[in-house]
Design a protein around this ligand. Structure first.
Ligand SMILES: CC(C)(COP(=O)(O)OP(=O)(O)OC[C@H]1O[C@@H](n2cnc3c(N)ncnc32)[C@H](O)[C@@H]1OP(=O)(O)O)[C@@H](O)C(=O)NCCC(=O)NCCS
Length: 207
C-alpha cells in the first residue's frame, strides 16, 4: 500500500525542463481537468493515440476517463504535464502508472502532444516516473509497447531499459528497468520526501 493520501496529492508537483528550456509542470490530474484531458487525448494524432492505447480509439471511453481522474484508486495514478501557453495552463502530456505491490513493480504508459514530441519532455517525464516508482519502494518499472513504436522503443533504450517479449501478446515488447536507489538518494525532491514519509509510516506501524 502507498502512503499517498488523497488530500496530499496537490503537494506533489514537479517542474521539468524541455530541451528548449521551457518549463513543464507535472502534477496529479484533478477532477477539473476532466474535459481538458479528454480534449488532449482527442487532439493526439491517430498514430500517437494508437501507440498510447495499443489500438484504435478516438477518445477515452467514459468509464476509462473516470478511472483516469480518480487518482490513487487501486494504487493507480494519472499525472498531467502542463505548460503555460498564451497565458493558459495547457496539457502537453500525460502518464498513467500503477504500483503492483505483489511484484514490487510500477507499470506505466505515457504520451506527449504531437506538437511537443522531440523536445525531451518524454525523457524528463519518464525520469520523473522512475522517481515516483522509487518512492513506493518498487524494485522495477516497466511498460509495454507495440514492436512498431520506434519512438517509445528509442526513448526506453536511451533511458537504460532492457527489452523482453510480452508473452501474452507477440505484437508487444516489454521494456524494464531495475530500480536500485535508496529512498534518500531519489533524484526528485518531492519523491524523496514521499519515500521518507512512507518509511516513517512503516516504522511507526512496526512498533
Ligand atoms: C514515445 C514518446 C512519449 C516520446 O516522447 P518525446 O517527448 O517525443 O521524446 P523525447 O523528445 O524526450 O526523446 C527522448 C529520446 O527518445 C528517443 N526518441 C524519441 N523519438 C524518437 C523517434 N521518433 N525515433 C527514435 N527514437 C526516438 C531518442 O533517443 C530521444 O533522444 P534524443 O532526442 O537525444 O535523440 C512520444 O513520441 C509519444 O507520446 N508517442 C505517442 C504515444 C506513445 O507511443 N506512448 C508510448 C506508449 S507506452
Amino acid at each position: 500500500m502507498t502512503a499517498l493520501r488523497p488530500d496530499d496529492l496537490k503537494q506533489y508537483s514537479d517542474v521539468l525542463r524541455a530541451k528548449n528550456g521551457s518549463t513543464v509542470n507535472v502534477r496529479f490530474v484533478e477532477p477539473r481537468d476532466r474535459e481538458e484531458l479528454q480534449n488532449y487525448i482527442r487532439s493526439l494524432s491517430s498514430r500517437s493515440r494508437y501507440n498510447r492505447f495499443l489500438g484504435a480509439m478516438s477518445e477515452l471511453p467514459k468509464a476509462e476517463l473516470e478511472r483516469f481522474i480518480h487518482v490513487g484508486e487501486a494504487d493507480r495514478f494519472t499525472v498531467v504535464a502542463t505548460m503555460t501557453l498564451d497565458g493558459f495552463e495547457t496539457i502537453v502530456g500525460e502518464a498513467r502508472y500503477a504500483f503492483h505491490a505483489d511484484t514490487s513493480s510500477v507499470e506505466f504508459g505515457l504520451s506527449i502532444d504531437d506538437r511537443w514530441q522531440g523536445y525531451g519532455i518524454g525523457k524528463a517525464l519518464l525520469k520523473n516516473l522512475e522517481c515516483r516508482a522509487a518512492s513506493f519502494g518498487a524494485e522495477r518499472i516497466f511498460g509495454d509497447t507495440l514492436r512498431s513504436n520506434e519512438s517509445m522503443i528509442g526513448l526506453a533504450r536511451k533511458s537504460g531499459y532492457a527489452f523482453t517479449s510480452n508473452f501474452d501478446d507477440w505484437k508487444l515488447v516489454r521494456f524494464v528497468k531495475e530500480i536500485h536507489v535508496e529512498p534518500q538518494d531519489i533524484p526528485c525532491a518531492s519523491w524523496r520526501l514521499a519515500a521518507a514519509s512512507r518509511m516513517a509510516a512503516m516504522s511507526s506501524l512496526a512498533v
